[in-house]
Design a protein around this ligand. Structure first.
Ligand SMILES: CC(C)(COP(=O)(O)OP(=O)(O)OC[C@H]1O[C@@H](n2cnc3c(N)ncnc32)[C@H](O)[C@@H]1OP(=O)(O)O)[C@@H](O)C(=O)NCCC(=O)NCCS
Length: 157
């Protein structure tokens, strides 16, 4: 526990730049392609993944440990209710299970709250560690497609 706390304290975050696109793409692909293909065999597209990264680059936060890439998230505003969507939350495999995801979500919530947003939506595959993380942080299920995808929301204090 002590080691995990000091690890988290040593992780710094910064805004993404166009130099980061390929690095962001490679972690998105490494983490998500297997999950997406498991649920939707024809759904993964490198181009679509890269386009989303570029589209959301201004709202992407990167986490690093001594300049080594650790993870990132990005978000985008929704059309209604002064709300945002969490577009992506990614952590390199070797850093999973150390409390870093929780810390990244705290920074995500602080970031959007500071910009005046009070409501967060997200979509997640059922039965994944990510869903458990969101549930633990107070996100509640609002929609389930009956198969794989769950929409969740949280009102920020
Ligand atoms: C989702 C993700 C960011 C979680 O990050 P993490 O640092 O491993 O999570 P944490 O260590 O902060 O764990 C927070 C909580 O999530 C849950 N959790 C994390 N990993 C879990 C696992 N393998 N199984 C079940 N629950 C898990 C636990 O409830 C945990 O709380 P606890 O430690 O008090 O028990 C990481 O697993 C990831 O990058 N996954 C691949 C990408 C992905 O699925 N992104 C989400 C797309 S919507």
């Amino acid at each position: 526990m002590h080691n995990e706390t000091s690890l988290i304290q040593r992780i710094k975050h910064r805004s993404a730049t166009s130099d980061d696109v390929e690095r962001l793409f490679s972690i998105e692909k490494a983490n998500m392609m297997g999950i997406v293909v498991r649920f939707y065999p024809d759904r993964w597209s490198d181009n679509e993944c890269r386009e989303k990264i570029i589209e959301n680059l201004d709202r992407t936060v990167i986490f690093e440990l001594c300049e080594d890439y650790v993870g990132h998230f990005y978000w985008y505003p929704s059309d209604t209710y002064e709300s945002v969507w969490l577009g992506s939350l990614q952590l390199k495999r070797e850093y999973h299970g150390k409390g870093i995801g929780k810390r990244m979500m705290k920074i995500f919530e602080e970031t959007v709250r500071a910009q005046g947003y009070r409501l967060v939506f997200l979509s997640v595959f059922n039965d994944t560690p990510a869903k458990e993380l969101y549930r633990k942080l107070g996100y509640s299920e609002i929609k389930f497609d009956g198969r794989y995808a769950v929409e969740m929301k949280k009102e920020l204090a």
